[in-house]
Design a protein around this ligand. Structure first.
Ligand code: PLP
Ligand code: COI
Length: 366
């Protein structure tokens, strides 16, 4: 059976009126509104992947002993669908998200959803809820949130024998409310997000739970996001709460980029990977290596580091303007978005919006 033939469909009896959808799309924010439908697929050891269904967005009913509530087997993904100038809808690097979802499942001893079912679930949702994909050309897109959790009931500690996969669609504007204005970040020296051998490189719900106290601390200090350091030496920059980081050294024709190497405890971002390619295409030398907080501070203060930016699906590319920590605050550049940051942002968003040539064939109309 083809992946498409496995999906049943229950249309929403009372979809959101078109005018209300337009109002939502005009100012969607992030993660506040959901499309009319969702996709669900069940997994059991006995039957494999079954009950693939596109149905009205609705609450779930779960047994209180469902294992995800107790032992936390839960993973997710985040990707975006963009309206193209010709009206079609294209997803950015969906294959990479499907592959990372499988890797996350493997790390959490969960069932691995085949890539073709992941992609087909997105195709099915986009087919029924295409009116929720914002107009071409702007910052807005349809954020897609595939996720999966353990559904077996029982309190024995072991990998569950059954799982539920779901897909939600949520129209999205800028993740940071101030758009591309540089953010202020908080260096977390007290807490650690992920340690070697842990789950840091998987997209696991628990990683985010573990980050929230430090994120609350960042907010209390007037910062937008937390920056994580390595767990062992508490010295090397890993990533931000929901983004990877790039450092720009020098400027103009001499600009070169550095991003923290994949240590095993930071998320291998798909935006990060794309920017490694786009930076090289633009002729910027790029290095993946360790970068310490001392190097960051010294580089920013001497002017050798001219720009720093955060990148991720939700936040796209956001400049980092200043860094706060227990030892005080330092600024990067002049408080305005840098030249290299904005050039890479234009290239990436141009590809996503269909206005730049997609030479790497990252956009896929499903
Ligand atoms: N790091 C973390 C912790 C994230 O949550 C994200 C967002 O997905 C990223 C990095 C960036 O990953 P991607 O570019 O695949 O969205
Ligand atoms: C994404 O960019 O998709 C993320 O995962 C960030 C999210 C946790 C809001």
């Amino acid at each position: 059976m083809t992946a498409a033939a496995q999906f049943a469909r229950i249309p929403h009896p009372a979809p959101t009126p078109a005018q209300r959808v337009q109002e939502i799309l005009a100012a969607p924010g992030f993660g506040r509104f959901f499309t009319d439908h969702m996709v669900t697929i069940d997994y059991t050891e006995a039957d494999g992947w079954t009950n693939a269904i596109v149905e009205p967005y609705a609450s779930l009913t779960l047994d209180p002993a469902t294992m995800v509530f107790h032992y936390g087997q839960a993973i997710f993904e985040g990707l975006k669908a963009y309206r193209q100038p010709d009206g079609q809808v294209a997803c950015f690097r969906i294959d990479a998200n499907a592959a990372r979802f499988r890797r996350s499942a493997r790390r959490m001893a969960m069932a691995e959803l085949p890539e073709e079912l992941f992609i087909e679930s997105v195709r099915q949702l986009l087919e029924v809820d295409s009116a929720w994909v914002p107009a071409a050309g702007g910052e807005e897109s349809l954020y897609l949130r595939p996720f999966m959790f353990a559904t077996e009931s029982g309190l024995g500690v072991k990998p569950a024998s059954s799982y539920k996969y779901l897909l939600l669609g949520s129209p999205a504007g800028a993740y940071f409310p101030r758009g591309v204005k540089p953010v202020r970040v908080w260096l977390s020296t007290e807490y650690v997000r992920a340690a070697p051998g842990g789950t840091g490189e998987a997209k696991v719900a628990g990683n985010y739970a573990a980050s929230l106290l430090a994120q609350a601390e960042a907010t209390a200090k007037g910062c937008d996001q937390v920056v994580w350091l390595d767990a062992v030496e508490r010295r090397y920059v890993e990533e931000m709460g929901t983004n990877n980081l790039f450092f720009v050294y020098g400027s103009g024709a001499d600009a070169r980029l550095v991003t923290p190497e994949l240590s095993g405890s930071l998320l291998p971002g798909i935006t990060r990977d794309s920017l490694l390619t786009l930076a090289a295409d633009s002729g910027y030398p790029v290095t993946e290596r360790k970068i310490s907080v001392e190097d960051w501070r010294a580089g920013a203060e001497s002017g050798e580091i001219t720009e720093v930016f955060a990148c991720g699906t939700a936040a796209v590319i956001t400049p980092v303007g200043s860094v706060c920590g227990p030892d005080g605050e330092f600024a990067i550049g002049g408080g305005e978005p840098g030249e290299v940051t904005m050039a890479l942002r234009d290239t990436l968003t141009g590809i996503q919006r269909g206005t730049f040539a997609d030479v790497h064939q990252w956009m896929r109309v499903l």
